[in-house]
Design a binder for this molecule. Structure first.
Ligand code: E4P
Length: 217
């Protein structure tokens, strides 16, 4: 499974990149706002740091304007994936931008039918939002499973990018079901390494080691 980092915080991306954890990055208007940086400037900086796809989202709502914004964002670097919302206009923009050879990430996907349309429109990535479905008492993981089945039934090449991931369990489940990518906030990625038995075991080993009076270095 590929890991994208869901942030526009370049320091967090740099730290995870050193560990080889970053196959790509996703941003959205809220994450750009949180970073407090100019979208073109920070996106360029991220694209220079990362070889994989870096999603940058359009903010227009009409297809023609989305396409114009997408073309501008795609000029930032060859590894830009233009992010468009899953609306009818977003699908039109997806088709045009993919026909022009750009990677497109169709975002804000909340149903299997929406995912089917995105694949038909040639999307490189579909972003089903797990956490936001769970927030309203629906099952985000069931959506990932449905999309996996449908894409496999018809051999669609669109990659399932599990988004709106809020917990370590979301990552495990998305991986188990076969999502191609998980876009994970840095704090959740750190949580993946945590286990109380690891901490307990390490503590016991270190206490015993102290009793030996030995040193390795
Ligand atoms: C990813 O592409 C989305 O922008 C992101 O995962 C949304 O997550 P949220 O629902 O926690 O805001």
């Amino acid at each position: 499974m590929k890991f994208f980092v869901d942030t526009a915080d370049t320091a967090a991306i740099a730290e995870l990149k050193e560990l080889g954890m970053v196959d790509g990055v996703t941003t959205n208007p809220s994450l750009i706002m949180k970073a407090g940086r100019d979208i073109l400037e920070v996106t360029k900086e991220i694209c220079d740091m990362i070889d994989g796809p870096v999603s940058a989202e359009v903010v227009a709502t009409e297809a023609a304007d989305m396409i114009a914004e997408g073309r501008k964002l795609a000029k930032i670097a060859p590894n830009i994936a233009v992010k468009v919302p899953l609306t009818w206009d977003g699908l039109k923009a997806c088709k045009t931008l993919t026909d022009e050879g750009h990677m497109v990430n169709v975002t804000l996907c909340f149903s299997a039918n929406q995912a089917l349309l995105a694949a038909k429109a040639g999307a490189s990535f579909i972003s089903p939002f797990i956490g936001r479905l769970d927030d309203i008492n629906l099952d985000g993981m069931e959506l990932i499973a449905d999309i996996r089945t449908i894409y496999d039934n018809f051999d669609f090449q669109t990659e399932i990018l599990a988004a709106s991931i809020r917990s370590a369990n979301h990552v495990t489940e998305a991986a188990r079901i076969g999502a191609d990518v998980a876009t994970v906030p840095p704090a959740v990625l750190h949580k993946l390494a945590e286990h109380p038995l690891t901490d307990k075991g390490l503590d016991a080993f270190l206490k015993d080691w102290e009793k030996t009076g030995q040193k390795i270095l």
